[in-house]
Design a protein around this ligand. Sequence first.
Ligand code: SER
Length: 585
Amino acid sequence: MKAIEIRNKYIEFFKKNGHKQIPSAPLIPENDPSVLFTTAGMQPLVPYLLGEPHPQGKRLTNFQKCVRTNDIEEVGDNRHLTYFEMLGNWSLGDYFKEESIAMSFEFLTKELNIPVEKLSVTCFAGDDDCARDTISAEAWKKAGIPEDRIYFYGKDDNWWIAGEEGPCGPDTEMFYDTGKPACSPECQPSCDCGKYVEIWNNVFMEFFKDKNGYRKLEQQNVDTGLGLERMTMLLQGKETPFDTEIFAPVMEKLLKLQKVDNISSRRLVAEHLRSSIMIICDGGRPSNLDRGYVLRRLIRRMIRHLNKLEISLDELSNLIELNIETLKEMYPDLEKNKDIIKSVLIEEKDKFVKTLAHGEREFEKEVKKLEQKGENLIDGKVVFRLYDTYGFPPEVTEELAKEHNLKIDLEGFNKLFKEHQEKSRQGAGQKFKGGLADQNEQTIAYHTATHLLHQALKDVLGDHVKQSGSNITTERLRFDFTHPQKVTKEELAKVEEIVNKQIQRDLKVTCEEMSYDEAKASGAIGLFTDKYGDKVKVYTIGDYSKEICGGPHVTHTGDMGRFKIKKEESSSSGVRRIKAVLIKE
Ligand code: SER
């Protein structure tokens, strides 16, 4: 079965079971500058898991585009992917464990025709926070999984939360037995020898975790996720996702083009190319910051590995075309955005080629220094700097070093590399926590400016103006709002003037916590925003603006700089988009 057929079967099955299909959210979260990419189908649904009614009801399903980059260093092996598609279904306070398990079992065994013998499942073993999940185990037994293939594990294996805080709960996971021999008599689904592959995760989200610990949510939710590439690989009896139709055409092309054989590099190129294409298609652009930096790294690693395969970089354009051709049935947007995807990738490639040339010059300088000192070992710090700043992998530095009869301090490099990796992992974890806690001064100021802009638009254009999206970088704010026609120059000038006046008044910004209803009654705007728990924060800017928001904000508006609107354009039908900057003078 092809991936797209599995996807269609999944959606149809859950629709048949009373679920409404919702669209895949973009990879770049629209209203959430606090996360890098959409990493799971549940992410855009957090407010609804917490109790806000979803317009489509209590049973939802979709296929969600996801990017996870925590394991980026592992790509090139036989399974890690940075981009993947997650098939998901949700119960928002509707069905719970039994029905969810019955549906999963039916889908796997009846729709995908997986023999029951191939399935094992795991359930939560229980601890001080949450009881042993015997209900799920019973439901599996009832469905037809024999007791000796039902395993119980603790929080490390059978508990799911996105990051550190948020909705969470015990999960039950389904595993597929590939038929490979067991690595030992103790081999179990939790073992990663490759015999068992996790195929589906049903999370029973009835808890919320914050720094004070766990509390029960008002409703019992189900959040499930099935990795499409992995399922496709298993059903096709393939060893890796790279052998399925999702990657095969690009993999074959790389094999034809390569002058040096390296399967890891071929996989890495194919994987990173697909991820970059998907991210760019959803509006991502390479930069030195956050998600832009992740994209930049993906593209650069891909280029380095094309070099490693000794494939001419002039082939990039053809490879992009081929990849889009391969994926367009699954993602029709790719065809529409082909030109922009190509130009972004090729421009970044050209930049990187220049950077590499710089790196070589840096390397030569280091060589001279060593020669003068009469030494022959390149310091780990230097190897790391070449890697981090110039994108030189240590293998390349080592090769160049050999040509000069020099050695590199690989151990020193590895140590620094590990430290760096640890830091970026923590960084990614931080981002996941939500809120703007780790944002810098500039993004905080833009956040406050967004509130002023929101109110000013209402003042100038009318009360129909409602925020429909917001995106903040250190360079600018972007604000989408409902308004039926183009905003005139005069109106924009007025909005600008109002915002600047409020900045100059040096208004005090205060924050209060209150219930959602109190906030509504107080006249606070921005009700569309994520509602985390019963309490919401309301930020008041002097006598001018009152808005529900997670913050943080500046304490006084005085130092924000001069507000300037750079662009006003259509975002979608009935929605306008403003990009604006704060200029420090
Ligand atoms: N959120 C869970 C996961 O990512 C289930 O969808 O595995």
